[in-house]
Ligand binder design. Sequence first.
Ligand SMILES: [Zn+2]
Length: 311
Amino acid sequence: MPISIPLVSLWLGFAATHHIPHIIAVEKRQAPDEEWHRDYDVFPNTYIDPKCTEQQIGIIKSAWYDSKLLADAQTNQQGGYDYNVPHSMWLGKDWVRWDNSHSNAAAATNRHTFAIWQNFENLKKLYAGTPTSGGNFQILWYCDDIYNACDGSTHAYYNNQQLASEDLEIHSTIFCDRFFAAESLGVQMERHKDNPRERLIIDNYETSTAVTMLHEVYHYKHLVAYPSTKDDAYHAQKCYDLAHDQGTPGVYRNADSYALDALAIYLQRHWQTVIPPAPQEWIDDYMPASDPDWENMKRFEHDGRDSVAGN
Ligand SMILES: [Zn+2]
């Protein structure tokens, strides 16, 4: 089933995932009827569109299991692992800063830090099957483009529906054809596992079904993200640039930044590399391929860490 995607397409497909913040004209309640298959193996209260084929269900569930590995790496603290490096790269260097002064700036800083911490906690609990926030909810996974938003470059998109009368919040993820044609994270890792340089280029893994799934889950408003997440930047280089240029205030509500952060942590832990995977341009700058010694990671450790946390 693996479909080979040339690397160059990573940069041509500028919008791998797509988010619709508000669907105003929803007239029909999108809650599942008896034809929907409730899936007890994934998140609580998750239903799968009866229009999904068996093959599509298999791809969605594999993506979910893979995304759980990413979420676990990100949210289950492991002693001895330096979370500050990937978190600073993707969520800005103030991701954990707490300011005790009584200024407006301090309040904003603390609000961002709290939101990131809370999003991690919510994600961890949801994947563990024990969500503690979000009230009554349903998660619907569609294989049918019900809002006509699959535009060819979109892998998936999200819609949030709050039904006050029923005290119910519905999180719909619509999976597009691009998602079903994308590679799994396992296929991409297998391709690059023996190449130390390609292992460190996070762009190689950003279009995997696992990353798309986690990106969409980071849109689940209240259940995972509060305040709600947006799509200010997609993909490694743009998310890196946003964190680098605007810091934590610019990225703490950006869904792809969280997904890439989780991906970087998972890959670094899996391969035990000295630095976490980073955008290709970053690797090219700090570890030029022309340098015959670049594989000696220790040599770059100091430069790499300074540039991640300090700039
Ligand atoms: Zn999105």
